[in-house]
Write a protein that binds this ligand. Structure first.
Ligand code: SAH
Ligand code: SF4
Ligand code: F3S
Length: 444
């Protein structure tokens, strides 16, 4: 690789989960601190960061086509950094397969990006997939301007080792960020314009720490402290694991008014044999009991989950149990995926891998059921009054888009501005969004 001029503009493209979106924002802040500015929309950037996801096959393959697409008409390429979970899992392979890439940086090492850029400018390619003992957070610049709804990583990594999943390998062991660091970041986010904070982590409800008085607390205790920030109106958290759903967190849904009535609690499958083979360590019954308890303290809670169809060995009858569970719960919205064998995970070498056509057909049936329930949940909301946090302008003139407490997209017309919490009556429901009528606006 030849020396290249120092980059003046950057673009960060994030794929994957909220953790990656958060990391992408932090990398952008880090680059801005180095005097590199965001490339204007539609213009080439000198430096492109592909912040990748490894959770399913397509996600990983996409990286290579994206790298190819960055090649300019004259055959040159920008400086390319591959970050995120594909970087962690396939660092050396990316270097070998994609000569246009000059930097590969894992999710726990991206605070070292400035040094790697200096190397790349000098003509040296660099891979950094360390999981250093010092955490990246301390080395990152303070949060800058954010939208009304912001993510805050409080927990990273996973020790659960579900047999299909790469996360424990790409993100490392489960760690909780210290309480004081999180509170300070939340304060900065609120100062920077956030009215809603979503606490995020691969297993966010496993978060634990010590509060300012040295008392052991969990996520419910953290949410209680954050609820004291006067300008913070809403708190959410995602993604949770059923085994870490503590009594305190369940109770918080009944007694912390800033905690929004939404719970994303992935179950993956509705059959105990499949759950055991997945190493999920919960049963259908124990999962449903948690939902009952949350509904008891917060009857209007919107429930969400993740599903995998076609896990190795899944029979038609076992899949039918998943449909049964869906019918029993009545989810407000869900994610569902075809099983994707990930290299290095135990499930990838299990017998009885399910043919693609069978997975396709099961996924279609599952999604039909989930879409039906999502639409029904939205329809049942019609007639309710609720707050909407305005996040952006809608497509039509005078129209605004925001989120209901139940995380539904709501559009409405009238006097408002981004960041307002307005009161609307929900008047119309579609499968993916609702229409609202403004009841009261904070603007005169
Ligand atoms: N920590 C969270 C989820 C992290 S990954 C949890 O345990 O629930 C997000 C989702 O991707 C998972 O919930 C699962 O549904 C899906 N997923 C993970 N590995 C997968 C694989 N190999 N194939 C298909 N879907 C997968
Ligand atoms: Fe993956 Fe399971 Fe950990 Fe979730 S709990 S990140 S699915 S290993
Ligand atoms: Fe993907 Fe990594 Fe998130 S694999 S889902 S970006 S933790």
């Amino acid at each position: 690789m030849r020396p290249t001029p120092a980059p003046r503009t950057y673009r960060v493209k994030s794929f994957g989960c909220q953790m990656n979106v958060y990391d992408g924002e932090r990398m952008a802040e880090l680059l801005a601190q180095q005097g590199i500015t965001a490339a204007p929309e539609g213009e080439d950037a000198d430096l492109v960061v592909l912040n990748t996801c490894h959770i399913r096959e397509k996600a990983a393959e996409k990286v290579y086509s994206d790298i190819g697409r960055l090649r300019r008409d004259d055959g040159s390429s920008p400086l390319i950094a591959v970050a995120g979970c594909v970087a962690q899992a396939e660092g050396e392979e990316i270097m070998a397969r994609a000569p246009a890439v000059s930097m590969v940086v894992g999710p726990q090492a991206y605070h070292r990006l400035p040094g790697m850029i200096a190397e790349a400018v000098a003509g040296r390619r660099a891979v950094d997939t360390d999981m250093p003992a010092e955490t990246k957070f301390g080395a990152l610049p303070a949060r800058r301007k954010v939208g009304p709804s912001a993510f805050l990583t409080v927990q990273e990594g996973c020790d659960k080792f579900c047999t299909y999943c790469v996360v424990p390998y790409t993100r490392g062991a489960e760690i909780s960020r210290p309480f004081a660091e999180i509170v300070a970041e939340a304060e900065r986010l609120v100062e920077a314009g956030a009215r809603e904070i979503t606490l995020i982590g691969q297993n966010v409800n496993a978060w634990h720490g010590e509060d300012g008085k040295g008392r052991a607390i969990g996520l419910d205790g953290l949410a209680r402290v954050l609820a004291d920030l006067p300008d913070l109106a809403r708190i959410r958290y995602t993604t949770s694991h059923p085994n870490d759903m503590t009594d305190g967190l369940i109770a918080a849904h009944g007694d912390n008014p800033k905690l929004m009535p939404f719970l994303h609690l992935p179950v993956q499958a509705g059959n105990d044999r499949v759950l055991r083979a997945m190493n999920r360590s919960h049963t259908v019954e124990s999962y449903l009991r948690i939902l009952d308890r949350v509904r008891a303290v917060r009857p209007d809670i919107a429930l969400s989950g993740d599903f995998i169809v076609g896990f190795p060995g899944e029979t038609e009858a076992e899949f039918a149990d998943t449909l049964k569970l869906v019918d029993a719960v009545g989810y407000a919205q869900c994610f569902s995926f075809k099983y994707s064998p990930r290299p290095g995970t135990p499930a990838a070498t299990m017998a009885d891998q399910i043919p693609a056509a069978v997975m396709d057909e099961r996924l279609q049936r599952l999604q039909a059921a989930l879409n039906r329930d999502q639409h029904a949940f939205n329809q049942a909301s019609v007639g309710k009054r609720c707050t909407v946090l305005v996040e952006r302008k809608g497509k039509l003139p005078g129209q605004w888009l925001g989120k209901s407490p139940w995380l539904q997209s709501v559009h409405f017309a009238g006097e408002a501005a981004i960041g307002d919490l307005v009161e609307v009556e929900l008047v119309h429901a579609g499968p993916n969004s609702l229409g609202g009528a403004l009841v009261a606006s904070p603007r005169p």
